[in-house]
Design a protein around this ligand. Structure first.
Ligand SMILES: CCC/C=C/C(=O)SCCNC(=O)CCNC(=O)[C@H](O)C(C)(C)COP(=O)([O-])OP(=O)([O-])OC[C@H]1O[C@@H](n2cnc3c(N)ncnc32)[C@H](O)[C@@H]1OP(=O)([O-])[O-]
Length: 302
């Protein structure tokens, strides 16, 4: 794989030992992949992996409560889990879902982008880029089983998958809502959305920061299927059968053919994109807007 920067060089100090989680699976809604007694779960503190090597896939559950915000540590653990599955020939696919009830992901962790220094912003942004590149270009089939609200960076992660199943709950809106925070979705967020829903829908959605409830998300093509909440994982598993029936090399090369030009745009401008982000996020007006937004989230509770 031509990806220039591996996760090894990313945040080595954050790497934690790969820990074994006692089986059976701890999923709250549906049984683990395969569901058999012999299934052993693996994971790291924030990512639970339920492997089903016999069926050729694993369920990857995000568990960074309360809202699966994509902190630097969480991003790193997601990358490690992905790399581990990619390097094991037993696995051809991943189902990505959440272990936090009602939340798929609240997107990038605002605390990583607020009140920190430029070195930290650069390290964080490099990890965000890496997460997108690795998921977007993964040779595995990646299906997201979206079982909760899914904003901004979380939506990007789902859009990077090959297929999206969304739980039919009007609270589970998803979209790239960056403008509502007074910030801007970078060009590669935008490209990923355009590739999924088309230019006109993306243009409107990005400017207005739209979060689409399930029926609308399905209508605009942001997700591929909407199913009752208790069937999200089983629907993802059923869909997987079709993807796994295709000769792997043909599917992988076709995926690369479709996605490489989009990924290459970032790969060519990666350092400039980091510098742009650091400059942008460090601005007083942006820092103020993020603090106000965080304050609003906190006040919502009182
Ligand atoms: C160029 C940059 C591009 C940017 C891309 C992005 O992804 S930008 C991201 C765009 N993302 C968004 O706009 C989504 C913002 N989040 C939400 O809209 C809601 O949290 C929710 C609907 C996801 C869940 O509602 P709910 O009622 O179930 O939960 P709740 O609201 O009570 O939150 C619980 C706790 O989590 C905290 N926290 C929440 N999100 C974040 C975060 N991203 N980060 C950090 N922390 C966050 C929240 O402050 C609270 O903390 P407290 O007070 O306990 O210390």
């Amino acid at each position: 794989m031509a990806l220039a920067v591996g996760i090894r060089g990313l945040t080595r100090s954050l790497l934690r030992p790969w820990v074994r989680v006692p089986g059976p699976a701890r999923g709250r809604t549906e049984p683990a992949a395969g569901g058999g007694d012999g299934v052993r779960c693996f994971g790291s503190p924030r990512v639970l992996v339920e492997p089903d090597p016999a069926a050729g896939f694993a369920v990857m559950k995000m568990r960074n409560p309360p809202v699966n915000s994509l902190s630097l540590e969480f991003l790193t653990e997601l990358l490690i889990s992905l790399e581990k599955l990619e390097s094991d020939k037993a696995f051809h696919a991943i189902i990505l879902t959440s272990d936090c009830p009602g939340i798929f992901s609240a997107g990038l962790d605002l605390m990583e982008m607020c009140g920190r220094d430029p070195t930290h912003y650069a390290e964080y942004w490099k990890a965000v880029q890496e997460l997108w590149l690795r998921f977007y270009l993964s040779h595995l089939v990646v299906i997201s089983a979206i079982n909760g609200v899914n904003a901004a960076g979380g939506c990007l992660l789902a859009l990077s998958c090959d297929y999206r199943v969304l739980a039919d709950n009007p609270k589970y809106a998803m979209g790239l809502n960056e403008t509502l925070l007074g910030i801007i979705a970078p060009f590669w967020f935008k490209d990923t959305l355009v590739n999924t829903v088309g230019h006109r829908t993306a243009e409107r959605a990005l400017q207005l920061g739209l979060l689409f409830p399930p029926a609308e998300a399905l209508q605009v093509g942001m997700v591929d299927k909407v199913v009752p909440e208790d069937q999200v994982l089983s629907a993802a598993r059923s869909e997987l059968a079709q993807w796994l029936a295709i000769p792997g090399h043909a599917r992988q090369l076709t995926k690369s053919l479709m996605r490489k030009p989009t990924a290459d745009r970032l790969l060519k401008e990666r350092d400039a994109d980091i510098q742009n982000f650091v400059r942008f996020i460090s601005r007083d007006a942006i820092q103020k807007a993020l603090r106000v937004y965080l304050e609003k989230l906190k006040q919502k509770k009182t």
